[in-house]
Design a protein around this ligand. Structure first.
Ligand SMILES: Cc1cc2nc3c(=O)[nH]c(=O)nc-3n(C[C@H](O)[C@H](O)[C@H](O)COP(=O)(O)OP(=O)(O)OC[C@H]3O[C@@H](n4cnc5c(N)ncnc54)[C@H](O)[C@@H]3O)c2cc1C
Length: 233
């Protein structure tokens, strides 16, 4: 396993409790849309065993042609030690990235794609939408539905409604409205449904989608294949 030590180049305040960290891209490092990394903070591998409290999975919210590895995360008042340390980092601080993998690359199967996310989960989909906008080949259309009770909706400049480009986007602030919309979207028998959020959120979405007759093959979760199966039991 290769560990890349690199540096934070910039920190963007997306909303009062959400930040995007732009990280210098190591030479020859690349990734697919939908990829996640392990993000390690200084000291995570200083001892005999890796200190897991200093490591988190993070989706990459950028594409390689943006030249930076972006990770977007919420840092609330009540926060883990990891988020506390992350919040203290500044441009120039070292971070480690390793084990890059995408569970949710964009499927180009001439079908409509639905991106269902909760809160900061929309960050996983940002590169999918950018990839689609630069090359819509074999994708009928993309619709994004995001729920965020804080109403601090993220990446509104990218998650726009552009009918001429086959992109539509909806942000809602409550569960009732959200699941009403999911029910409607699930009517599309051809649809591919990507879901990103907490495990509880995934289970709720699966119940609604499966209840409407959507098959497991039409549903993409940001989980390794063996973990994904557990959600369909
Ligand atoms: C494939 C994959 C991709 C992921 N991508 C992302 C991503 O792009 N962005 C992202 O943010 N996360 C992502 N995650 C989740 C991420 O790895 C972390 O699990 C998540 O951000 C929570 O971080 P944390 O454990 O440091 O807790 P925190 O975010 O600090 O806290 C989690 C919750 O617990 C509460 N809490 C924490 N400490 C306390 C306390 N002492 N007292 C009371 N309440 C407390 C917080 O308020 C918050 O509601 C991903 C996970 C996977 C598996």
């Amino acid at each position: 396993m290769k560990i890349y030590w690199t540096k934070i180049s910039d920190i963007i305040e997306e909303s009062p409790d959400t930040k995007t960290y732009l990280i210098d891209c190591p030479e020859e490092y690349t990734w697919e849309e939908g990829a996640h990394i392990h993000l390690g903070l200084e000291g995570f591998n200083a001892g005999d065993k890796p200190d897991k409290s200093l490591v988190r999975h993070m989706s990459i919210s950028t594409l390689p042609d943006e030249d930076k590895i972006g990770i977007t995360t919420r840092i609330r008042e009540q926060r883990s030690d990891f988020k506390h340390r992350l919040d203290e980092l500044t441009a120039g601080s070292p971070v480690a990235i390793f084990k890059t993998h995408s569970n949710v690359p964009l499927k180009r199967e001439d079908k409509p794609v639905y991106l269902l996310s909760s809160g900061v989960g929309i960050a996983t989909f940002r590169p999918l939408v950018l990839d689609y906008l630069s090359n819509p080949d074999k994708i009928e259309k993309i619709h994004s539905l995001n729920i965020d009770s804080t109403k601090n909706y993220l990446f509104k400049d990218i998650f726009e409604t552009l009918p001429e480009k086959g992109l539509t986007s909806q942000f809602v602030d409550n569960r009732k409205h959200y699941y009403e919309e999911v029910q409607k979207l699930a009517q599309d028998e051809e649809g591919l449904f990507y879901v990103v959020g907490s495990d509880a959120f995934l289970l709720e979405n699966l119940a609604v989608l499966r209840g409407q007759g959507v098959s497991p093959e039409q549903i993409m979760l940001d989980k390794h294949e063996h973990r994904k199966q557990e959600f369909f039991l």
